[in-house]
Design a protein around this ligand. Structure first.
Ligand code: PEP
Length: 226
């Protein structure tokens, strides 16, 4: 089964020069992965420039509007993302739920709009009810689900493999055995492989460690050995 590594740069780095440096230091390894899709999710403003550095790069957006166009000041639409060569979108991230008051209804609306425009959604959840609510009226097979325990995000306290496996089994029960599920939360090169080998996930969503090129390259290289 194909594996996934998603790099969530969040609101980093602060300049285009630094964003290009970061991408240049990981682009070789990100392209030459056997059986693993490496998806880079930078801030909107860097998407186009990163695509210019490597046309084969798989890009994801961290946010987007559910409408295609119109009077929605400040928003970026799925059609605009597609036009920039974006294939994936992250949604339901706990930071968006916490700091921008996003709820399951809004996330459901966004999911529908992503699927309609042909973007592949990566839905972040930290409890099973968010799967049920977020996926209402949606063909669930098309949505990658990332289990991201809130307490593990950016804290350095990654979820234990056994506990992560337990939650993964719950998700597989709700979604189907072959559904693509990812783990995210304080992943680094030391703990990365255990979530695949011991907890049964198909990939990782990586925040902090995706900003450290050495660490990120190490993780991608580890994936090419499994
Ligand atoms: C995230 O923001 O999705 C995440 C997993 O962050 P970190 O790897 O830094 O915990």
């Amino acid at each position: 089964m194909k594996k996934f590594i998603i790099a969530n740069w969040k609101c980093n780095p602060t300049t285009l020069i630094k964003a290009k440096q970061l991408f240049n230091s990981i682009k070789k390894v990100s392209k030459n992965t056997k059986n693993t899709e490496v998806i880079i999710c930078p801030p909107f403003i860097y998407l186009k420039e990163i695509k210019k550095l490597q046309k084969e790069v798989k890009l994801g957006a961290q946010n987007y509007c559910w409408e295609e166009k119109g009077a929605f000041t400040g928003e970026i639409s799925p059609l605009m993302l597609k036009d920039l060569g974006c294939e994936y979108v992250i949604l339901g991230h706990s930071e968006r739920r916490k700091y921008f008051s996003e709820n399951d209804d809004l996330i459901n609306k966004r999911l529908k709009s992503a699927l309609k425009s042909g973007l592949k959604p990566i839905l972040c959840i930290d409890n099973i009810s968010q799967i049920k609510e977020g996926l209402k009226g949606i063909s669930k097979q098309k949505v990658i689900i990332a289990y991201e325990p809130i307490w593990a995000i950016g804290t350095g306290k990654a979820c234990g493999y056994k506990e992560a496996k337990k939650f993964n089994l719950l998700m597989k029960k709700a979604l189907g055995e072959r559904h693509i599920t990812l783990y995210g939360g304080s992943v680094n090169s030391q703990n990365a492989l255990g979530y695949i080998a011991d907890s049964g996930f198909q990939g990782l969503l990586i925040g902090g460690a995706s900003l450290n090129s050495k660490e990120f390259v190490k993780i991608v290289k580890l994936f090419s050995k499994i």
